[in-house]
Ligand binder design. Structure first.
Ligand code: ADP
Ligand code: MG
Length: 733
């Protein structure tokens, strides 16, 4: 075996790996018994709360009414008893600060009883409100560090749960996090605000269609999470993976994904064991995980749940990421959630499947078999088309961060141009409306004949799939595919909900005006409105290949934006049209938007600073020494050959020496940029300017170093090469 000592020992450890976790046994406790075991669910509440209290809480959950504070003590007591019976010792308000991560502050239930003992206590006030010190979370100038007050408030609509650890359990309470001025410091607050706005406007449209007493309309979300799993022995031998979440160096493996032998392939045993374990933990927390499969790249996988109310889905998604990481470690694996851990093979996304619906009308984006006759569906669908066309730059902005820049725009993920794929059937319906003001038919699904007598005739979908569109209609929901694998779902959901709200508001206004409340005039009014929407906003519809050169030209002609990088995309967050929309529907204020924009620019700078310093350090202290040792070996060989009177072919030594010179030059350029730049903390004075500098100068300088290093990897003797290679990390398990 070749390879440096550290690589050899990593590979040995990997191949000798033996699983230690106790095998799971679904015979003893079936999946449905486990599901929701650790959730303070509606069912548990119904069982444990007085009827009147339960009803009051359910009004908040199902009708979005304000919580009656007088029930808080009773709910808190029931929650505490339930948690302690199940072995909890602490409780935590869990929130999602603007870093996109999950934060929690733990408190013990115990208080001194005054006579040397302790009693378990949990008051309504402790349930409803917390006050973690907010000073170390980014706030983007919303308040100075000396005004550190930040509050967490119980989000009744997302169930509390118990998080297990081998040494105890913690009662976790989902909360919103805001400053003492009431400004949002988190991802959840605007999401809850946007859920409220969606309902208000959707109700107006449902009313126009004659629905009385329709249930609360919520946006729904079912996210697909892509991720990589690699052995932890390799992970620990790669400082770039540990600190940046992605490889900053690494030549492509001789075999990549070109055989398509990975996608939907048999899941390796060790990985399957890890997945089953993670899914079991998710079941306990009531996360309805449903599908799993191998993804396109080697060592890449996907997990997806059944959709839920978007707010709950977003909380469950954060938990899913935590659990995947935690359980993988138990199995000696590292779960990489970064959008592009390995260059040259596919990166990871988080497809955000999104729709609107309620308990009385069901899914509002369900077209039925003959969509041309389904006016209500066409109205909601047109609202989406208008919303996406008007606010494409906002949708691009909410998926913009350093990690996703490696993915969007490359031929594996959707391009940075935001367009809508409708599929044959719907595209045809809207085409008819555009041409003649009305649609008379819907292309029907056919029957597929496979040419095998023993197979039954199979129903064919009315439209094919399209994998290149960033925003695709997939039967009864839209799939926003540009979301990055590591990011929180909340930003994209807030944007989708709010732009949809604005469009529904516009449509409701128009239809109310045109009909004057007379439902017999509705049909005609809808037809006129659909035609005007498709005339004005149809340019966003594109059913072709989003990767093609022609589309990029065509999109520019159609006036669609193409913001390739984070620095091009983030300015849209404070576009006047975005600010006025967000303020109008009380989702985010101008100040909140500005603070968010500032934080996201700053996060970009911090990320690139870390990557630049790592690139510099690894290249200088790990790669350069390896290259010089090999150079020395070759030079000695040259001297010895000369002494022995045989010819030494110096071409490799020459090439190596040239590369070493290039390496030193590229390291020196990067070093200078690092020294001149601003350094970390919450102290970047002009985040946007700093981000532009990082994107235009630092990033290319890092890429230059990488270019030389990856070339060296193909030349330096394998037993000198210090870092685990792509081939090892992606293929040895
Ligand atoms: P595909 O992407 O192959 O069409 P599915 O139909 O399984 O796959 O859906 C993928 C994701 O979309 C799942 O997480 C699913 O729960 C979610 N989904 C399905 N219906 C809706 C809906 N009405 N709203 C939001 N998400 C949905
Ligand atoms: Mg999908």
């Amino acid at each position: 075996m070749s390879g440096s000592a550290s690589r050899i020992s990593a590979v040995k450890a990997v191949t000798n790996f033996e699983s230690t976790p106790t095998p799971l046994n679904f015979d003893e406790a079936s999946a449905d018994e486990i599901f929701g075991l650790n959730v303070f669910s509606n069912k548990v509440m119904k069982h444990r709360l007085q009827k009147s209290v339960f009803k009051s809480v359910m009004r908040t959950i199902e009708l979005a009414e304000s919580l009656d504070p007088s029930v808080a003590d009773t709910v808190a007591a029931a929650m505490k008893d339930w948690a302690i019976e199940k072995g909890a010792t602490h409780y935590a308000h869990v929130f999602h600060p603007l870093t996109g991560l999950t934060a929690e502050k733990h408190d013990s239930f115990l208080s001194p009883d005054g006579s040397g003992g302790a009693v378990a206590e949990f008051s309504g006030t402790a349930l409803i409100q917390g006050e973690p010190d907010a000073s170390s979370f980014p706030t983007g100038g919303i308040r100075a560090t000396f005004e550190a007050r930040g509050y967490t408030a119980w989000d009744v609509t997302s169930p509390a749960y118990l998080l297990e650890n081998s040494n105890g359990k913690t009662l976790c309470i989902p909360t919103a996090f805001f400053s003492w001025t009431g400004e949002a410091l988190d991802k959840k607050t605007p999401l809850l605000r946007s859920m409220k706005a969606v309902n208000t406007q959707a109700q107006r449209i449902l009313k126009l269609f004659g629905h009385k007493n329709s249930a609360l309309v919520v946006s729904t979300c079912g996210p697909e999470q892509e991720y990589f799993l690699i052995d932890r022995n390799f992970f620990f031998a790669r400082p770039d993976l540990i600190n940046a979440g992605r490889t900053l160096f690494g030549a492509s493996a001789p075999k990549g994904q070109e055989f398509c032998d990975q996608y939907f392939g048999a899941i390796p045993d060790r990985v399957l064991a890890c997945m089953l374990d993670a899914e079991r933990e998710m079941y306990k927390l009531g996360i309805p995980v449903k599908t799993r499969h191998n993804e396109v790249a080697p060592s890449q996988y996907e997990i997806a749940p059944i959709y839920e109310n978007a707010n709950v889905a977003a909380d469950h998604q954060q938990l899913t990421m935590l659990i995947l990481k935690k359980v993988a470690q138990k199995h000696g694996l590292e779960c990489l959630l970064h959008e592009k851990p390995f260059a040259g093979v596919n990166g990871s996304g988080k497809h955000c499947n999104w729709s609107l619906g309620n308990a009385t009308q069901g899914n509002l984006l369900e077209p039925g078999k003959t969509p041309h006759e389904n006016m209500q569906f066409l109205v909601f669908c047109a609202a989406v088309i208008r919303a996406v066309h008007k606010h494409a730059p906002l949708l691009r902005a909410v998926v913009a961060h350093a990690g996703n820049d490696h993915r969007l725009g490359a031929n594996e993920a959707p391009p940075a141009i935001i367009s809508i794929f409708l599929g044959d059937q719907l595209a045809d319906v809207f085409e008819q409306i555009k041409k003649s003001g009305t649609a008379l038919s819907s292309k029907q699904q056919g029957v597929m004949t496979v040419g095998v007598d023993t197979l039954p005739p199979l129903a064919k979908d009315a439209g094919d799939r399209n994998r290149t569109s960033p925003f695709a209609f997939t039967g009864n929901k839209f799939e926003f595919r540009a979301v990055g694998s590591a990011q929180s779902l909340s930003g994209p959901l807030v944007a989708l909900n709010t732009i949809m709200t604005e469009s529904m508001d516009y449509i409701a206004n128009e239809l109310e005006k045109a009909t004057g409340g007379d439902i017999s005039k509705l049909n005609e009014a809808v037809q006129l409105l659909l035609k005007s929407i498709i005339d004005q906003h149809g340019a966003v519809i594109f059913n072709g290949d989003g990767y093609s050169e022609e589309w990029h030209k065509e999109a520019a002609k159609r006036g669609l934006s193409n913001n390739k990088q984070t620095i091009d995309a983030l300015p849209a967050l404070t576009d006047p049209a975005v600010i006025s929309m967000m303020e109008k529907y009380h989702v985010l204020t101008a100040r909140e938007l500005q603070s968010r924009q500032e934080i996201y620019f700053e996060q970009y700078v911090l990320t690139l600073n870390v990557e630049a310093r790592l690139t510099h350090e690894i290249a200088k202290t790990t790669i350069y020494p390896a290259a010089v040792r090999y150079q020395n070996e070759l030079a000695c060989a040259a001297v010895n050959c000369k002494a022995a009177g045989v010819v030494f072919d110096a071409s490799l030594l020459n090439k190596l020496s040239e590369l070493i010179t290039s390496l030193n030059q590229s390291i020196a350029s990067l070093e200078q940029l690092i020294e001149e730049g601003e350094h970390g903390g919450h102290s970047v004075s002009n985040p946007q300017k700093a981000a532009e500098r990082c994107s235009k100068k630092v990033k290319p300088a890092m890429e230059a170093v990488r270019g030389v290093v990856d070339e060296l990897e193909g030349i330096v003797a394998d037993d000198h090469w210090p870092l685990p290679t792509y081939q090892e990390m992606l293929f040895i398990k």
